[in-house]
Design a binder for this molecule. Structure first.
Ligand code: SOE
Length: 372
């Protein structure tokens, strides 16, 4: 069986997922056969150029005509375009893979998760960092109880692409189009990773209460190639404190203003028997510190029995950011072909969104918020 895939969005994420689809038959021969069937967008000439470069058979400017025509629908467009096409596809019985954050608002995320619950097909939220081999390795250690009871977790996602006040305005700066700023774009990844790693009942459990702080440092920006400016209506940075169900504490930060940091996502976890830390900038490594160690021990997660590694190169031949997309596409498309469920699902996307929305509410009200 060949799965015909339709993809909405052809810029950054379109390229990352198209690359992943192209790699699958070479490195994951057991993956279902996939045809990059139709690429969807509005600007016909940019679309035609992208379809040519990314290996698509055809293009379409109207997602409504495509969502029930293909075997799988990928929604990689800006956040405000996530809900309607994804819901329409699910209602037509088409599996959906949607970029994160699931939606700009909690209301949209809820509608999407409801549509996914009513559909009999996989609906995945593309939190690609779950598919870093070192993160999977960390999850195994945590689930085997090697860190003991989880007491404190820390997550920071630092970027700097808005430090310059003259950096151009984009949809990511607009509340209507994006929902939130660093909080949704970066915080959604951090919240999802922490839920993935320590969110089980045996470890920290779900996030129960949050306290949040949002800040916008530059409140208007120039439009590209124009003398006009437009208002920035989302946060440039956020911080949050978390209280988990089983008593663990969490501290989160995300920013587009950390000068010099390009894509620095790091996680630290402290348990009763040990600590671990991971940094996306050294994604082939996991650092572990047990009670009797004299400093962190670095594990190079590039052995053939490490998660996904045997599909690529011999031990020690490191992987990169783009491989996380290949892994998630492999898992998602296999779930589609086998009729299995897939995680992270729309329910996981909604769970992250509940946390983000509570962080915003806490900032508005100046008090801790308990999640429903
Ligand atoms: C931009 O901040 C961005 O591309 C995010 O949208 C991605 O999810 C993240 O992986 C890298 O940074």
């Amino acid at each position: 069986m060949t799965l015909e895939v339709g993809i909405l969005g052809y810029r950054f994420m379109g390229k990352a997922h198209a690359n992943a689809l192209a790699r699958l038959p070479m490195f994951f021969p057991e993956a279902p056969d996939v045809e990059r069937s139709v690429l969807i967008g509005r600007d016909e000439s940019a679309l035609a150029d992208a379809a040519d470069r990314l290996g698509f058979d055809s293009t379409a400017t109207d997602w409504e005509a495509v969502v029930d025509d293909v075997d799988v629908f990928y929604n990689l467009g800006p956040n405000h375009l996530h809900a309607e096409p994804a819901i329409a596809a699910l209602e037509a019985g088409t599996p959906v893979f949607c970029e994160k954050p699931l939606a700009p608002t909690l209301e949209d995320a809820t509608r999407m998760a409801d549509a996914a619950a009513d559909a009999d097909v996989p609906a995945g939220c593309a939190f690609n960092y779950r598919f870093v081999p070192a993160i999977r390795y960390a999850k195994r250690l945590l689930e085997a109880g090697e860190l003991g009871e989880i007491r404190q977790v820390r997550g920071r996602y630092l970027q700097d692409w808005l430090v310059d006040p003259d950096a151009p305005w984009s949809w990511r700066n607009d509340a209507e189009l994006a929902g939130s700023g660093a909080l949704g774009d970066l915080g959604s990844h951090t919240v999802d990773l922490l839920r993935f790693l320590v969110g089980s009942d045996e470890l920290a459990g779900e996030i129960e209460r949050v306290s949040g702080h949002l800040q916008t440092f530059v409140d208007e920006r120039p439009l590209e190639n124009s003398d006009e400016t437009r208002a920035v209506t989302v946060d440039d940075a956020y911080s949050a404190q978390l209280a988990f169900e089983n008593g663990a504490m969490g501290t989160l930060e995300g920013t587009r203003f950390a000068t010099g940091h390009k894509n620095d996502h790091s996680i630290e976890i402290h348990g009763s028997k040990g600590s671990l830390r991971f940094s996306l900038e050294r994604l082939n490594e996991l650092e572990v510190l047990r009670a009797d160690d004299r400093g962190y021990q670095t594990i190079l997660v590039t052995d053939e029995d490490d998660p996904y590694v045997d599909h690529w190169w011999p031990p020690g031949h490191v992987l990169g950011w783009e491989h996380t997309f290949v892994h998630e596409n492999y898992e998602f498309l296999s779930a589609v072909a086998d009729g299995d469920s897939f995680e992270p699902s729309f329910a996981d996307g909604l769970a992250a969104q509940r946390v983000l929305s509570a962080v915003e509410e806490s900032d508005d009200r100046g008090e801790w918020i308990t999640l429903e």
